[in-house]
Design a protein around this ligand. Sequence first.
Ligand code: HEM
Length: 150
Amino acid sequence: MGEENHIEKAEENHTGNANGEVVSESGEKYYSLEEIKLHNTSKDAWLIIHDKVYDITSFMEEHPGGEEVLLEQAGADATESFEDVGHSTDAREMLEQYLIGELHMDDRRKESKKDVFITTSGGEGSAWTTWLIPTLAAAVVGLMYRYYTL
Ligand code: HEM
């Protein structure tokens, strides 16, 4: 019984990876940039591509583009280099078998913080000014009109 459960879980993980979106239902892992940086040798190499972390140690010698380019990027974010080469769909599918987790939220460069900033400061500020300035202008014009017509 225990064994059956184990097999089912393994298959579930595999499907999740093939979708390319969900890492894993049960074993989601987040790694800090500091930890990833430590894996930068040919015997222990990790890469970050699109905020996901890959242990490519066993792939180094197989890489059609050579071991050296991977070693240069090991322990770092290789998203740009990976995309610059224009890797095929096959290459992208290969990535999934080396996936070990995701980059920690704190180490990501995301737009979520910017969104919050724009909503809070932008909304309040502009509503206040657009309302106040025309009101003051109207009051001044009204006073001047009254002054000159008396
Ligand atoms: C684990 C990550 C990677 C995988 C699975 C991977 C896989 C592949 C594959 C399958 C190819 C053959 C061509 C293709 O199908 O697109 C290839 C070629 C190549 N890759 Fe990667 N690659 C990875 C990371 C990188 C990185 C980070 C770089 C750059 C620093 C790189 C540079 C290259 C180059 C220069 C070629 C040769 C392109 C050519 O000769 O046309 N690869 N890679």
